[in-house]
Design a binder for this molecule. Structure first.
Ligand code: BG6
Length: 512
């Protein structure tokens, strides 16, 4: 494809972002994530000419699957889940180098076969390749995979310069501080930190990356970005879907582990961090860790900083839906929360006294993720008469999804022969400014891992810092059984009790 035929944002792109010859090995090759996200991401990278000339895809899994069948599965995944239609020629380029190795995750011989297979690929190419091991299996086999990558010599293959072998680890990265530490030490016994790419797919979302650009490529925000001007910050990651067919996983997880500890904390870190010295991975991640470390321990005893709840039967999209306890696969009397809200305080010079409110849940009124920064009211406003002057707090909101963009609530004069006011919204919409066919998070993340750019991945100390904050909450909830578990009707904005976290400061949840 000629450079000029490509999407305008991609022109000139691959010239400075080329990956070396690469074998991507997917552990968990017949899993859901592979079909929904990874294979479509690889296809779209190929579509945009962003894969290296020598690119090979190897599926690894317990099930014996002939190469041809794996290719058929993969093309089916592209047809069903890719943002672009399957183009036979483009897919053909990937398929020609797609193979499958079967073996157990705790079976050393399987990894030796994999090593021999990669050796054959290198022979065919006539040179060395970097291996990107993508662990997309249930977490119970993360440990054996890492150990066997070490034992078979695959993990330690250091090809000099930046071309190490690399490992991408899917979530969940541990289920508390202790398990996250164990997983980190297993990884470190085989890989160096710079070879490890811990995924939080929220970091691959365009608007999440845009947050850094808005904050650090514009000068107007920084002078206001502190406790002198900001009243509070609200971070919402709301879903309208219920637990669906994933109760098996979700029952072991719950909202705090599934969404708060990772996705909302990443949004918080990018909102609250100091400006890094450069846009390099370590500089950015150092600042994220610093701000996460400045968060105060979460108060648990009544009235604490947390609220948890489960959805009960309600209406969504005009349809009645069952409550969580009646969903298939959910244990009777389950103590798993489907909603969590937290109030956090950051103890540093910039944020002292500014509450950060986080909430996430399933079966909420609509699917929306946003960061809303509410500014302080002007001092002793001259527009005091409520009946004439309808005023709202200035609020800057980063719309992560859907309707990606940025908006600002300002107060304006209503046209007319007397002075009356009304809040107005000034908006920037991604789709309007740039068109809507933006890459999926996984495209960016798979490409970055191949290139060796860890900026949008989570460092080991970052994940441990976040778990350190939330493990006491999880322990406390476990000790309480269902005590303190609130309910909210499916299709609502969550339990009324969550409003209690904001009320002491006179704040209220937004209805985005
Ligand atoms: C995943 C969670 O990490 O994120 C899911 O495990 C959740 O429960 C999903 O539905 C939400 O991702 P997105 O990109 O649809 O907001």
């Amino acid at each position: 494809m000629a450079d000029s035929d490509r999407h305008p944002f991609l022109q000139g792109f691959s010239k400075h972002r080329g990956a070396p010859a690469t074998v991507v090995v997917i552990f968990g090759a017949s899993g859901d994530l592979t079909a929904r996200k990874l294979i479509p991401a690889i296809y779209n990278l190929s579509y945009d000419n962003l894969l290296p000339a020598d690119f090979h895809l190897v599926g690894y899994g317990r099930k014996p699957i002939p190469d041809e069948e794996f290719r058929t599965m993969a093309s089916g995944a592209v047809k069903e889940f890719s943002r672009r239609e399957l183009d036979a020629e483009i897919w053909g380029r990937v398929a020609a180098n797609t193979t499958y190795v079967s073996g157990g995750y705790d079976e050393r011989a399987g990894f030796d076969r994999l090593a021999a297979h990669i050796g054959e690929i290198e022979k065919g190419i006539g040179g060395e390749v970097q291996s990107l091991f993508y662990i997309s299996t249930p977490p119970s086999v993360f440990g054996p995979i890492i150990e066997n990558l070490g034992l078979s010599g695959l993990g330690g293959r250091n090809l000099g310069n930046a071309n190490h072998s690399k490992v991408v680890v899917e979530k969940p990265f541990g289920r508390d501080l202790n398990s996250a530490r164990l997983l980190n030490s297993a990884l470190r016994s085989v890989f160096s930190e710079e070879q490890v790419y811990r995924i939080d797919h929220y970091l691959g979302k365009e608007t999440v990356q845009d947050l850094l650009v808005q904050r650090f490529a514009n000068s107007i925000f920084e002078p206001l970005w502190n406790r002198n001007y900001i009243e509070s910050v609200q971070i919402t990651v709301a879903e309208d879907q219920g637990v669906g067919t994933r109760a098996g996983y979700y029952e072991q997880s719950g909202c705090l582990r599934d969404m708060i500890q990772n996705h909302t904390m990443q949004l918080l870190a990018l909102t609250a961090m100091e400006a890094p010295g450069s846009f390099e991975a370590e500089a950015v991640r150092d600042e994220k860790v610093k701000v996460l470390k400045a968060i105060q321990p979460i108060a648990l005893a009544e009235p604490g900083d947390v609220c948890r709840a489960q959805y009960v039967a309600g209406m969504t999209g005009g349809k009645s839906v069952p409550g969580y306890l009646d969903e298939e696969g959910v244990a009777p009397g389950s103590g798993t929360e489907t909603y969590a809200a937290i109030r956090l305080s950051i103890n540093n010079w910039r944020w002292h006294g500014v509450p950060f409110y986080l909430r996430s849940g399933k079966r909420l009124a609509r699917r929306v993720s946003e960061i809303a920064v509410q500014f302080k009211a002007p001092p002793g406003t001259i527009f005091g008469q409520k009946e004439r002057f309808d005023l709202a707090a200035n609020t800057l909101s980063f719309q992560i999804q859907p309707d990606e963009g940025l908006s600002m609530i300002l107060n304006a004069k209503i046209p007319g022969l007397e002075t009356r006011t009304q809040p107005v919204k000034m908006s920037f919409r991604y789709a309007t400014a740039f068109g809507s066919n933006t890459p999926e998070a996984y495209e960016r993340l798979v490409l970055d891992a191949m290139i060796g750019d860890g900026t949008l991945f989570i460092r080991g100390d970052e994940t441990e810092t976040s778990w350190k904050l939330y493990t006491p909450v999880l322990d406390f909830w476990r000790s309480q059984g269902r005590k303190g578990m609130e309910g909210y009707p499916a299709g609502s904005w969550g339990p009324n009790e969550a409003g209690g976290l904001l009320a002491p400061r006179g704040h209220a949840w937004r209805q985005p």
